[in-house]
Design a protein around this ligand. Sequence first.
Ligand code: SF4
Length: 274
Amino acid sequence: MATNGTSGAGGRAPVKKAKVAQTHTGLVRQARRINRELAEVYPYAHPELDFENPFQLLVATVLSAQTTDLRVNQTTPALFAKYPTPEDMAVADPEALEEILRPTGFFRAKAKSVLALSADLRDKFDGEVPGTLEDLVTLRGVGRKTANVVLGNAFGVPGITVDTHFGRLARRFGWTTSQDPVKVEEDVAGLFPPSDWTMLSHRVVFHGRRICHARKPACGACPIAPLCPAYGEGETDPVKAEKLLKYEKGGAPGQRLKPPPDYPGQPAPPLAAS
Ligand code: SF4
């Protein structure tokens, strides 16, 4: 198993290298190797939102825009206790709903989205969350990213979830050059079989949240550094890089308040790192 150091993938010390053009076959090999390494680093990767059914996952995913999953997990127990079904949520008093959603930020817009998608579920889908991409994206406030999260984790349908972390890492790995999430999804889908898509998404997002951060990637403490064409974009000094690690890699709990049993570092305190 790869360790949390720069010798994880192949035991070689990484060096900053010039970016060279890859053949498609070479890119596929590199991509799948990175996925295998990430699977060893994050064997417990999973959605970081707490949910008990597809409706809860759908709403929690909508609420997770512009905030942490931890913040959403702290908010949804009260929300679903008061409005357990789409029918209940669709007739919620908007001000009461906004008050519950306030800690997640952009709470007025989020309350509107949640009310609208609950009404859509009630009126068009008999109160059930549909299990296809085509139907999910017809719900107000639901785009491809949210739809893929719900499909992959509530219905077992393979999906690539291109959030800010996934897009950034896919570009750093050389899997795409696009900023457009739909094109990123397409490019990455061409490198992996569908059976890999959902877990790949979790692993890449886990890596982005814990080690390969947007502004200061912790390259010097990164287990996949020897495989990464972007090694050197961040801090390469191992001691300084170690200090940049977050959640369980940095010695703190993860984001779930009701985690699966194999999830390390639980329970999460109320104010973990963002
Ligand atoms: S950019 Fe740095 S931290 Fe990110 S995957 Fe590459 S080596 Fe690791």
